[in-house]
Design a protein around this ligand. Structure first.
Ligand SMILES: Cc1ncc(COP(=O)(O)O)c(C=O)c1O
Length: 452
């Protein structure tokens, strides 16, 4: 197939998805019965037929996250270049664990990460790697921060530490940190929930109070997590102040910008990310606002030596180091075998250029403003404050679960339910597709009005 054929196949799929249903109506039982009846794997089947069948299943039995009226959970529409990137990766199947095995792929990733690291204001000496997603990038941050703060952690584990390490974050931070606290052996109680202001931003006074209290109580505070674009409400924590606080207290500042980080390329939005350059580490997902297929996260860390120490390993069975190539990725990251995750971002950046990305990102931010205005105009109450395109809203007497069931049933849009702080459930709508237009939004808000 030539690139032109791929382009028309993808364009046809996009238009079929855009004109079809967004939300499936199917039960687990129906799908299991269907699969059991057709696929017992006892004899070979024609690939054309199986491919067509899987295509049908995906077309009808999933929420269509690339639909322009999918206002969902940071799952983007994807660019053609990124689809081609993933296809090339599957075809060549390069192994990125060592530089020697895949020089081209490793250097393409390095080049792409250096570009974005520079946008964040990180020095060229910083370490960066692609990850499966934001959860792995956040895990990497905790492991590296622990290693730097407690040199004995790597060899002797947490049980040898004189004091219990603690991490500070708000209740709006991503819940991957709960799993990470468990996985690293810190335990979930090591997470200190810091209060928030009325906009759900981290409260610096409460942070200072809790850190001081923990120090007096014999704990060992070592890390603060600030979020740029919280999952529920798109809130941006006060990163410059967090940077100053962490520096004065000797704490590691991790900025989880899994979704919001892409705004760094936008002249209109990047001011909201001020202070990120002072972070010790950053999470930013390409598979969110950079509009490439899953899974593509990124982990940036200014302390390359701490990354090397955290993931250090020596074996005789891996191909040896190559002079001038730097450390092999399997010794600087959580993963061992590595997929060529970065190609989809590299190709998309090369095809669209930075200007193309600025357009895509600012378009979505504008559509967020359009959605907020349209909702207010139709009598809805917007309950979150953010410059990013995620809008949480409600109205008197609304039962979000019932409202969403009706929204799905009429295939108007996909939105979700969320609880902000201790508040009652509200509806959450995020512009995640660069294809969402003003008329899509106006149509959705008009149709929502008919559900009353
Ligand atoms: C702020 C934030 N951090 C981390 C994650 C986890 O990212 P992933 O699902 O790519 O592992 C998410 C997911 O939505 C997120 O919103």
């Amino acid at each position: 197939m030539s690139f032109d054929e791929v382009r028309s196949a993808v364009a046809k799929l996009e238009s079929d998805v855009a004109s079809g249903p967004i939300v499936p109506a199917v039960t687990a039982h129906e799908i299991r019965r269907y699969l059991a009846a057709r696929y017992d794997f006892t004899k070979p089947l024609a690939l054309d037929e199986v491919g067509a069948d899987v295509d049908r299943m995906l077309r009808t039995w999933q929420v269509q996250v690339t639909h322009p009226r999918y206002f969902g959970l940071f799952n983007p529409s994807v660019t053609l270049a990124s689809i081609i990137g993933d296809t090339l990766v599957a075809m060549y199947n390069p192994q990125l664990a060592t530089w020697r095995t895949s020089p081209a792929a490793n250097e393409i990733e390095r080049h792409t990460l250096a570009w974005l690291g520079g946008k964040f204001g990180f020095p060229a000496s910083a370490s960066a790697s692609f990850t499966s997603g934001g959860a792995e990038a956040n895990l990497s941050a905790v492991i590296v921060a622990l290693t730097r703060a407690f040199p004995e952690y790597g060899d002797d584990g947490l049980r040898r530490l004189a004091a219990t390490p603690t991490i500070y974050l708000t209740g709006e931070a991503h819940h991957s940190f709960n799993k990470i606290a468990h996985m690293t052996g810190l335990g979930r109680r090591a997470l200190r929930l810091v209060g928030t202001d009325r906009d759900l931003k981290l409260d610096l006074d409460d942070l200072a109070r809790q850190v001081a209290e923990d120090r007096r109580g014999g704990y060992a505070p070592f890390m603060v997590v600030g979020t740029v674009g919280t999952t529920a409400a798109g809130v941006i924590d006060p990163v410059p102040e967090l940077g100053r606080f962490c520096r004065s207290e000797g704490l590691w500042l991790h900025v989880d910008a899994a979704w919001g980080g892409a705004a760094i390329v936008s002249p209109r939005l990047r001011g909201h990310l001020a202070g990120i350059e002072a972070a010790d580490s950053i999470t930013c997902d390409a598979h969110k606002w950079f509009s490439v297929p899953m899974g593509a996260g990124m982990f940036f860390c200014r302390h390359a030596e701490a990354v090397g120490e955290a993931f250090r390993v020596a074996t005789s069975y891996m191909p040896g180091k190559t002079d001038g190539a730097g450390r092999d990725p399997y010794t600087t990251s959580v993963q061992w075998s590595r997929r060529f995750i970065g190609l989809k971002l590299f190709l998309a950046l090369a095809e669209h250029g930075e200007t193309g990305y600025v357009e895509m990102i600012e378009h979505q931010a504008r559509m967020g403003d359009v959605l907020r205005a349209a909702l207010r105009g139709a009598g809805w109450r917007v309950v979150n404050t953010t410059p990013l395109p995620v809008v949480c809203f409600t109205r008197e007497g609304l039962v979000p679960a019932e409202f969403l069931a009706a929204l799905y049933e009429r295939q108007i849009a996909w939105m979700s339910e969320v609880r902000l702080g201790e508040g009652a459930p509200v509806v959450r709508a995020c512009i995640t597709s660069f294809r969402t237009t003003q008329s899509d939004i106006e149509w959705v808000v008009r149709e929502m009005g008919r559900l009353r």
